[in-house]
Design a protein. Structure first.
Length: 331
C-alpha cells in the first residue's frame, strides 16, 4: 500500500490533547541507493478463500530480511520501500514504492526477521486511451514466489506508530481496504504484549468479500475480551437487517461503547485508508462527543460547531484540526 502520511497537530485542550509519547523509531536505515535483498517466504491472498466473489486481489507478502539492517528494526505503522526491477514508460528505472508494514515489531516469525505487507494488485485503464494499465510494483510483489529475492529499503515514517507506553491508552482504529495493514501489526503487538487496553477496530469495505484478514480478526476478537472487531460494508446490507454503512457510521450505531472509550483521557484514534474517509470520521466524532471530549481529538473553530454537516475536506487541518491524539495515514 503506497501511502501519504499526515501527521497530527499540536493543540491545547482539556482532555489530554497534548498527545502520547510515541515510540522513538529509526528511519532510513537502508536507502534506495543501497537497498538490501530480502527473500519471499510466503505470498497468500488475504481476502476470502477460494470461490470468493471479491473483485479485489490483495495478497499478504512475507519477506525474510534476516542478516540485514532492517531485521528487528521496523515497527507497525512504518513503511517498507520496494524497488521493482525494470523501467517505466519513459525508460527510467522504476521508482521506489512504499508499503505499510502489516507485522508487529517481532515480525511474522517472532524474531523480527520476517516482515509482511498487504498489497493490492493495481489493474486499471488509462483514461485517455482505454488501454490496460498494470501497477508496476504492486503486480511485481503479488507475482513473487517463495524463494524469490526482492530489493527493499526503509523503514519510513515516525508519526503513525504506537505510544512508547501502550498500556496507558485505549485505541480506536478506522481502516478501509489495505489501510488494515498497519492495524494488523499494531493489534498483534498490543495483544501479544498482554496490554489490558481497550482496542476497537472498525474495518470498512465495499462488499463483505473484500474484508481483509477477516477470519484472523474474528479469531483474535474471540480470544481477547479487550479487542472488539466491527465491520462496515458500504454496498450491501450488514446481514443483520441493517443497510449499507461506512466506518464513521459505527460512531453512532455503537455509540454506547465508543463514546465512553473516546470520552476519557486515554483514548487515541488512528485512521488509515482512502483519503475520503477523513471527513466522515471527524464529522462523526463531532456529532457523538461533547465539546470537552471532542477537544481531545479535534481543535474546531467555535463557529464551525453549528454546521458540522456542511464541513468539507478543505476545512481539514485548517478550521478543523486534529490534535496529537488523532492520527491519519491516508492515500
Amino acid at each position: 500500500m503506497s501511502s501519504v502520511e499526515k501527521t497530527s497537530a499540536d493543540a491545547p485542550g482539556q482532555h489530554g490533547s497534548v498527545g502520547p509519547d510515541l515510540l522513538d523509531v529509526k528511519m532510513h536505515l537502508v536507502t534506495p541507493a543501497s537497498p538490501v535483498v530480502g527473500r519471499v517466504v510466503s505470498n497468500e491472498r488475504c481476502t476470502a478463500g477460494r470461490g470468493s466473489k471479491s473483485a479485489s486481489i490483495v495478497r499478504h507478502v512475507s519477506i525474510d530480511v534476516s542478516g540485514t539492517a532492517l531485521a528487528g528494526q521496523i515497527h507497525p505503522g512504518q513503511s517498507l520501500g520496494v524497488l521493482a526491477p525494470g523501467t517505466d514508460a519513459r525508460g527510467l528505472p522504476n521508482k521506489l514504492r512504499l508499503y505499510s508494514i502489516a507485522s508487529p515489531t517481532a515480525g511474522e516469525d517472532g524474531a523480527g526477521n520476517v516482515i509482511a505487507t498487504t498489497v493490492k494488485r493495481t489493474i486499471d485503464e488509462h483514461w485517455e486511451t482505454g488501454s490496460l494499465f498494470l501497477g508496476a510494483c504492486s503486480n511485481y510483489l503479488c507475482d513473487l514466489k517463495v524463494g524469490d529475492e526482492v530489493r527493499v529499503t526503509g523503514p519510513s515514517g515516525k508519526r503513525f506508530v504506537l505510544p512508547r507506553r501502550p498500556g496507558e491508552h485505549d485505541y480506536v482504529f478506522f481502516a478501509t481496504g489495505t489501510g488494515i495493514a498497519p492495524f494488523r501489526g499494531m493489534i498483534l503487538e498490543l495483544l501479544r504484549a498482554n496490554v489490558e487496553s481497550k482496542i476497537v477496530l472498525v474495518m470498512g469495505s465495499a462488499y463483505s468479500t473484500d474484508l481483509l484478514y477477516h477470519a484472523d480478526l474474528l479469531a483474535l476478537a474471540a480470544k481477547h475480551s479487550n479487542f472488539r472487531y466491527l465491520t462496515a460494508i458500504s454496498r450491501e446490507s450488514q446481514g443483520n437487517g441493517e443497510g449499507p454503512a461506512y466506518v464513521q457510521d459505527r460512531l453512532s450505531t455503537h455509540a454506547g461503547e465508543l463514546v465512553p472509550l473516546l470520552s476519557g483521557p486515554r483514548g487515541l484514534v488512528y485512521v488509515c485508508g482512502i483519503a475520503g474517509m477523513e471527513l466522515g470520521i471527524v464529522q462523526g466524532l463531532a456529532r457523538v462527543l461533547d465539546v470537552g471530549a471532542l477537544e481531545g481529538y479535534l481543535a474546531v473553530d467555535p463557529e464551525m460547531m453549528s454546521s458540522v454537516g456542511s464541513w468539507d475536506r478543505r476545512m481539514l487541518h485548517k478550521q478543523v484540526r486534529p490534535t496529537r491524539r488523532m492520527f491519519f495515514e491516508v492515500y
